[in-house]
Design a protein around this ligand. Sequence first.
Ligand SMILES: [Zn+2]
Length: 316
Amino acid sequence: MFIDPHIHMLARTTNDYEAMAAAGVVAVIEPAFWVGQPRTHVGTYIDYLSTIVGWERFRAGQFGIRHYCTVGLNSKEANNEALAEGVMEILPRFAVKEGVVAIGEIGYDEQTELEDRYLRKQLELAKELDMLVQIHTPHRDKKRGTSRTMDVCEEHGLDPSKVVIDHNNEETVQEVLDRGYWAAFTIYPKTKMGSERMVEIARHYGSDRMMVDSSADWGVSDPLSVPKTAHLMLKRGIPEADVHRLCYGNALDAYGQSGQIAEADWTNPPEIDQRTLYEGNSVLRGQAPRVDSDGSGPERHADLERLSPDELGVEN
Ligand SMILES: [Zn+2]
């Protein structure tokens, strides 16, 4: 079993969900993030957050994967002050929704003054709501940006054991671990951190408080990074217990502190019935629906009656 604790499924297809489930991915965490171009209205943000706590969670479940998310104002958009203020107002109501495991991904991008202001505000919000924090570290000037982020977390009195620092590399990992934080590694297929480099990190640092994720989104990325890296680590002689912690156990231990994610969610999952509707919509597009049982509960019948022949996979 694998957990991908950082992946943007909203940008991925149902083929990805099927491939991930087949590869053993049982759960994913979808951080609120940048959609590729700047959002210009807080309303867009509200709908985006509603989607990752709602429809996307439902959609993942229809393909056998449990879906959780983190909510936050990302660093790039913190630079639009009017938008940022609006997002800070609506964030608390999303933070307390079911399946939200942390405030995230938040942190620095270009390390501007506004990014700093909204990072601090969101750390205060996490403290106030007693929530975990998921940190995005900058891709440029990473080492300094990572140290600075931890300084700020400590200035605001956050407990490092409740903070996951992501996008680490060989330059940042030692300090992140020494200071007591969780260290996540985003494995990209072509650039930055690849699976081969992760093998060496696991060989050198072991598996305590570290985890692997794909950060797959709309860019060149691989939703199978976690299982692929796990297989490579095993092949290269990393002990199985370490691989298990890096690709499953530590993500569960870290985010499990939220009380929103537990192993029973996928070891004892609800049965899949792809005829189920979410706000009137299903994942069916004419294919035969996957139905794990012939279930005859009243709700399921009610749903059935509302479905079109197309959605039922019936030939017209
Ligand atoms: Zn991300």
